[in-house]
Design a protein around this ligand. Structure first.
Ligand code: PHE
Length: 447
């Protein structure tokens, strides 16, 4: 089945797409509150170390496999296998990856749908449509169904257009906008009373917390989720990188941008929470910790925006636009995983693949919407706490224990001829072979 494969047209295009995948709700929502409740700067410090010592090597494993095989996860893992047993394992890991990422998308789309609804809320209020505004912000099945479907339509629309005209084009538009909106929001929030208290909570390290095993588990989970690892997303994006590009550098830039934007997001969220506190909004839960779950985004921050005068409307819309963009550049990378498989291995036309698979995932989302209470948390836990790290472990095993070392080196040397003598090749093979699998296992059993 000869299918013409897409390829990113430029380094910038790939960087925006991959950073777009990495930067999502996990960075803007998860990271800041994780940091605040785990010793502030101390968490940041641990997170930085884990990202570069563990998540970056795993990211490189996916990018290298992808670019070498120029194929979706199932085929790519099969390509680097060396016998019937490893080929079977390749198929299993590839399929579990596809299933996991589809399930991640099914819950991610629900939360992303809330972001769109909250984006329209200030507008409805401004137009005096208070009933509509209330409907938009009330957690109801009908609202959730409509917005999850809308979000999935946007995702399918972009993926249907392909690698260049869909993923690359839209990520290159959306990511710079995201960074600009984020910086403008930070600059504004930092001028408000209370902001500095939030900044202090966020940045002043409490090193007594670093040795806490829970902190390590949280930081590692955060790092893996944030770099979109283990489910074949980065592998598929890697398969669209030109052979002329220097992979270790590109991967390093993606990790750096991902961490950088998470750190920036903390400079928005924590100060905003303490500004809310200063204007009388409750920001602590019963146990005395900062409100971190859905309450943060759907009640604390909207309460803050409402307490601001007329600028509140613009700030609220900018914030939820930021969240929607972050979510969309991630969701497209999720949908691309099963779509690439359907196109390459079953000869399905891209648009049909995107619409069909997108519809199936939407149906799963709707099932979650209507059975929210037991199912939502279950799917989140199963996919992000169990499946994702374990799959990450298998990707490392494939690269370090199954694939031929020489093939890996040849692949890295394309676009980076001096690789063999470089720092990366001295350290990375050892990391993916021993350190990453052991660390993932340790964290896995901890949690
Ligand atoms: N990295 C994304 C985020 O931080 C989530 C994601 C997970 C994207 C897995 C793709 C695959 O929100």
């Amino acid at each position: 089945m000869a299918v013409v494969r897409g390829e990113f047209t430029s380094r910038f295009g790939f960087l925006m797409a991959a950073t777009g995948s990495a930067v999502g709700l996990g960075n803007i929502w998860g990271f800041p509150t994780n940091a605040a409740s785990n010793g502030g700067g101390a968490f940041l410090f641990t997170y930085l170390i884990l990202t570069f010592a563990l998540a970056y090597p795993a990211l490189m494993a996916e990018l290298i496999i992808g670019r070498y095989a120029r194929a979706n996860a199932v085929t790519a893992l099969k390509t680097i296998s060396r016998g019937p047993k490893s080929r079977l394992l390749a198929i299993a890991v590839g399929f579990v990856g596809i299933l996991t990422v589809s399930l991640i998308l099914s819950f991610y789309a629900i939360v992303s749908g809330w972001m769109i609804a909250f984006f329209f809320d200030p507008l409805a209020r401004f137009l005096g449509m208070d009933g509509v505004a209330q409907w938009l912000t009330e957690d109801a099945e009908l609202r959730n169904s409509i917005f999850v479907t809308l979000f999935m339509i946007l995702t399918v629309f972009i993926i249907s257009a392909g690698v260049r005209d869909g993923i690359e084009k839209w990520a290159s538009r959306m990511m710079p906008s995201l960074i600009i909106i984020l910086i403008l929001l930070i600059l504004y929030v930092l001028t408000l009373p209370g902001a500095m208290d939030g900044l202090r909570v966020y940045l002043v390290p409490d090193f007594s917390r670093v040795a806490n095993p829970q902190l390590l588990v949280d930081a590692m989970g955060q790092a893996f989720f944030s770099l979109s690892l283990g489910v074949g997303t980065m592998l598929v994006y890697g398969s669209y990188i030109s052979k002329q590009e220097n992979l270790p550098t590109l991967g390093g830039l993606v990790a750096l941008l991902d961490v950088g934007i998470a750190v920036l997001a903390g400079m928005l969220i924590l100060p905003a929470m303490y500004v809310a506190l200063a204007s009388g909004v409750e920001i602590f839960d019963e146990s005395g910790g900062l409100i971190a779950g859905p309450g943060l985004i759907v009640s604390v921050l909207p309460a803050l925006f409402n307490s601001m005068d007329s600028v509140g409307m613009f700030v609220a819309m900018a914030f939820f636009l930021l969240m929607t963009i972050a979510a969309l550049t991630s969701s497209i990378s999720m949908l691309e995983v099963p779509v690439a498989y359907a196109i390459e291995n079953h000869g399905v036309e891209r648009r049909n693949a995107a619409i069909t698979i997108g519809s199936v995932i939407t149906v799963i989302s709707l099932i979650l919407v209507f059975n929210f209470n037991p199912l939502f948390d279950l799917v989140v836990t199963y996919t992000t706490e169990y499946s994702q790290p374990l799959l990450g472990l298998f990707f490392c095993i494939f690269v370090a224990w199954i694939w031929r070392r020489d093939d890996i080196l040849q692949e890295i040397k394309q676009g980076c001829p001096e690789a063999e003598a470089g720092f990366f090749w001295k350290i990375w093979p050892f990391y993916v072979k021993f350190i990453c699998p052991l660390a993932i296992l340790a964290v896995y059993f901890q949690s």
